[in-house]
Design a protein around this ligand. Structure first.
Ligand SMILES: Nc1ncnc2c1ncn2[C@@H]1O[C@H](COP(=O)(O)OP(=O)(O)O)[C@@H](O)[C@H]1O
Ligand SMILES: [Mg+2]
Length: 244
């Protein structure tokens, strides 16, 4: 498997003197869906921003082997004055794609996330889950090889969240991007990923790396299997082990 994202000895100190990350080692191969869990403020968003090139590392090496990278934020960050579909179309507009092509690409991504029929709705008319679907559709328009997610389901109610996990897993299989996914939820990380990385408290570094053995697609019922619970328990112990 070729490597989509590599971080070697990556550190980040902000101008304020805050050391957000130190000695981060990370590899995301093509075909990987990697989740990162860690305590609040440990540098997870910073890690993702570095991967996206939105921020520069103070030290270390970052290599991205992807023609296109997408980024999904915790908040859907939609333009309220544009319809749902035209929010998705925005990416093509910014890239200067011809109208017919950007329409068609937006349409395809829109249908893929299950929004068919909601084209003309404005963001405020949509539920939290649907707004997040729009945001994910917008990220898919770029046909990402590397897809970055910063706690995208953190603000959703539990039922919507579980449904979105199954949806995202389906998209991951269908579109075969490499994924790097930040979350607070250990079951979410295990359910979605083939690897789960655990970060220490600030300054963050990777302190544990778990393989998740189950093939995709995974059924929602996997979450109730004893093997699943055993693995979430192990991840949880690694997370807590760092907080004496
Ligand atoms: N632009 C910035 N300038 C200064 N400090 C920052 C900046 N961005 C984040 N930080 C600090 O770096 C640490 C890690 O932040 P962040 O990556 O957002 O953590 P997480 O996403 O894990 O909650 C925090 O202490 C935060 O206050
Ligand atoms: Mg964050």
């Amino acid at each position: 498997m070729s490597k989509t994202l590599v971080m070697e000895g990556v550190s980040k100190t902000f101008a304020t003197g805050t050391v957000a990350l130190t000695g981060v080692e990370l590899v995301v191969a093509s075909g990987d869906f990697v989740s990162v869990v860690g305590p609040s403020g440990c540098g997870k968003s910073t890690l993702l921003r570095l991967a996206a090139g939105l921020e520069r590392a103070t030290d270390g090496r970052i290599e991205v082997e992807a023609e296109s990278t997408s980024y999904v934020f915790q908040e859907p960050t939609l333009l309220e004055w544009r319809s749902a579909l035209s929010n998705v179309e925005l990416v093509g507009e910014l890239r200067g794609l011809p109208k017919a092509e950007r329409r068609q690409r937006a349409r395809e991504a829109f249908d893929l996330v299950g929004l068919t029929g909601f084209e003309k709705q404005f963001p405020r008319q949509l539920s939290g889950g649907m707004r997040m679907r729009v945001s994910i559709a917008r990220s898919l328009v770029a046909e990402p090889q590397l897809a970055l997610f910063d706690e995208p389901f953190g603000a959703l109610d539990e039922i919507t969240r579980l449904r979105m996990q199954t949806e995202l897993q389906r998209l991951f299989q269908l579109k075969s991007f490499a994924g790097l996914f930040i979350t607070h939820s250990i079951p979410e990380a295990v359910y979605l990923s083939n690897r789960v990385l655990v970060m220490s408290g600030r300054p963050g570094r990777i302190v544990a790396d778990f393989n998740v053995p189950w093939a995709y697609p995974r059924s929602p019922e996997l979450r109730y299997e004893p093997e699943f619970t055993a693995l979430t328990g192990a991840v949880s112990a690694a997370l807590e082990g760092d907080h004496p």
